[in-house]
Design a protein. Structure first.
Ligand SMILES: [Fe+2]
Length: 320
């Protein structure tokens, strides 16, 4: 068996994903009891990690922080585990169409446009996850997983179901996609919300944790480092907002605003045109916030969603 460099904090083992846990991989966290039974937080680390976990432990449960495929694609590697989700994901993880509405593809391409997408391998990966039986765990209540107490703190924004598992006895919080990368916060689904992402960042600091586990790329932070770097990371939102205002004030038309590198580099959009949808949803989220702050941007916002989306009524999509 290949060795994997994991990090142990009490009953918790942090198992890094392949390629530095960069998307489409993510770090998997295991909670282990003294009988070597385990509960996983998410399942996106990679086949080697899944093999390591299955050889070491008997996986009882998998708790998902949110539905995103980079955190869930490994579920089929754990056939006997119970998959547990929050009530919001329980409503979303029922069909490809529902996930398309949540993700924003439905808004971009409309009902007829997503029919072709459903047949692509990228989308087909979701089918096995959708078909798997799921149980519901509660938000914001303490319960036991493999002998350790956990609270799934609801931290919407990144997507509306997103939550951060907090282990009070170990002083650990899994902050997941508050990943402190230079890209900045990601809120590019139809169910994402910038104001909530800002509020939820504060929530991650409100617990008595010393270890902050990000699930992509940068790994585990001490409280001091997380607190310092979170501020810079969240400030990227305001930098994007300022840039967007400037672009509009300079006269960039709604038809070209998605090509101004607010989120993704042009070369990435050219290489992977599917990212254009995420870019446009992210811009719509900013424009919605901008028009609330400054009514002069209302017209631009309305024109943008009417022109750039086939189903503009799905640009913002929520189950709450
Ligand atoms: Fe995510």
């Amino acid at each position: 068996m290949e060795t994997i460099n994991t990090l142990k904090i009490g009953s918790i083992e942090v198992i890094p994903g392949e390629n530095g846990s960069r998307v489409p991989f993510s770090t998997t966290v295991a909670v282990i009891d003294d009988q070597k039974r385990a509960t996983l937080i998410d399942a996106g680390a990679g086949k080697r990690a899944f093999q390591y976990i299955n050889e070491q432990y008997e996986v009882e449960d998998i708790l998902l922080t949110h539905f995103h495929i980079d955190h869930t694609w490994g579920i089929p590697y754990f056939k006997d585990a119970n998959v547990k989700v929050n009530w919001l994901d329980h409503k979303k993880m029922v069909s490809i169409e529902e996930l398309m509405k949540t993700g924003g593809n439905y808004a971009i391409y409309g009902a007829s446009g997503i029919e072709a997408m459903i047949e692509t391998p990228d989308v087909k990966r979701f089918e096995k996850i959708i078909d798997r039986q799921k149980y519901v765990y509660p938000y914001d209540e303490t319960f036991n997983v493999s002998g350790t107490r956990v609270e799934m703190i609801h931290t919407p924004g990144h997507c509306e179901s997103f939550c951060c598992p907090y282990f009070p006895d170990e002083g650990v919080i899994v902050v997941g996609d508050y990943d402190l990368t230079s890209f900045g916060p990601w809120y590019n689904n139809a169910d994402s919300n910038i104001d909530e992402m800002l509020e939820s960042a504060e929530k991650t600091l409100a617990v008595n944790a010393e270890h902050f586990v990000t699930l992509h790329h940068k790994g585990v932070f001490t409280r001091k480092d997380y607190e310092e770097q979170l501020e810079d990371y969240m400030n990227i939102i305001f930098k994007r907002e300022k840039k967007l205002k400037q672009l509009i004030d300079d006269g960039v038309p709604t038809t070209n605003i998605h090509y101004q590198e607010l989120f993704y580099r042009r070369k990435n959009l050219d290489q992977a045109p599917s990212l254009i949808g995420f870019e446009k949803i992210g811009i719509a989220k900013h424009l919605e916030r901008l028009q609330n702050l400054y009514p002069i941007y209302k017209e631009y916002y309305e024109q943008f969603v009417q022109e750039e989306f086939k189903a503009p009524e799905f640009v913002h999509y929520s189950h709450r």
